[in-house]
Ligand binder design. Sequence first.
Ligand code: ZN
Length: 310
Amino acid sequence: MNWITKKLSYLSEKIKTVIKKRPTKEEIENSDWFSCCKGPILKKELEQNLWVCPSCNKHHRIGCKQRFDIIFGKNNYEILKTPIPKDDPLQWKDSKSYKDRLKDARKKTGMDCGIMVVSGKINNISVTACASDFAFIGGSVGAAEGEAILTGIQHAIDNQQAFVNFTSGGGMRMFESLIALSQMTRTTLAINELKKNNLPYLVCLTDPTAGGITASFAMLGDIHFSEPGAIVAFSGARVIQATVKEELPEGFQKSEYVQETGFIDLIVQRKDLREKIGLILSILLKKNSDINSVTDETSTSIEQPTKAAS
Ligand SMILES: [Zn+2]
């Protein structure tokens, strides 16, 4: 039996060598290649096509700077500084500590938190915009991300600008428990302030937008855009299927399906987003000024008799 043992040990060494030779996740991320339907595609080629696959039209996930470069033009916007509250308020630790997760996410994305807020112009209309990076702990929302959204909305109100939100992420960040959940209320209240100021709030749902994000600021827009094929959901499809014990319809939770159920107004190709947002903003802002002038006229006509009476 000695030859069998020798053969097995030889084979196990061979397998180990093959496994070791597989590129690491980091090596794949740093390579010049990307993978889609037809196998490898050069990242440069994909970037020229705004990170949309030329063969299958898959809108790949992009970071905040990539998003803003497409919407405003390369580096043609000002990044706003947002407050970063104390890291790891609950000193969370499971298989890895939350502090380490934050450290890795910051290194990977070059961002302090998962949301970036900027100010720029679309079709000569000044807007404040924010975007989430899914690579930052799954785009989840904690205190810092909540603060970023609030800072953006305050900036929009102070400068009487529209607010555009490019959402993505799995929901509220469990490592911050109730502190993260409270961001649903805080952002909702801030959006109400925006609306009291008659300022447009546009949401562009990108892949994937789910959980508490869908249950709060992502669904409160005046207009909801989405990119083709984006997952827009609350719970995951597998959870729903296991609960209802029924086969789910084809394309369930994809933006095209969600549009049919009325949660999305418009599905827009990435290359057309800038133009469509500009067009909608010009219509909404004109409408708002009309509303304001009507309101002013009404309030003046109400005030005048009062003054005359006194
Ligand atoms: Zn493809």
